[in-house]
Design a protein around this ligand. Structure first.
Ligand code: AMP
Length: 112
């Protein structure tokens, strides 16, 4: 059974793809919370951080470096936020780990 994001990666569900390489891809969030709201998603499914293994360290690092590059390309020099929601209490709705890249407006802290 494919996850929502696997179906998007396989072009079975349309998306606004903004980046892709052999390890991950990035799409515009369908319900953006800021002027920039992009999801950076590994092609190989890791359900959430609590399920990540030591062997996933390279993939996880890659997601963050890609997020940083996209932020730079988008001109988010004033700052941006990266978020991984893990589990129901954090608001995870898609059980396929993804990094939210959010920016383009002043972001409140602490988050809700
Ligand atoms: P999370 O709640 O952290 O699991 O994040 C899931 C994110 O996926 C939410 O921000 C949703 O708006 C987003 N999302 C859900 N379906 C789609 C879709 N078809 N295309 C793009 N983003 C989506």
């Amino acid at each position: 059974m494919k996850t929502l994001f696997q179906k998007i990666a396989d072009r079975e569900i349309p998306s606004k793809m903004v980046y892709e390489d052999e390890i991950c891809f990035a799409i515009e969030d369908i319900n953006p919370q800021a002027p920039t709201h992009i999801l950076v998603i590994p092609k190989r499914v890791i359900s959430r951080l609590s399920a990540a293994m030591d062997s996933d360290a390279g993939t996880l690092g890659h997601l963050l470096t890609v997020a940083g590059k996209i932020a730079a390309e988008r001109g988010l020099s004033g700052g941006f936020r990266t978020v991984i929601n893990s589990g129901p209490d954090a608001g995870e709705t898609v059980p396929h780990l993804h990094v939210h890249l959010i920016g383009g407006r002043k972001l409140a802290w602490p988050p809700g």
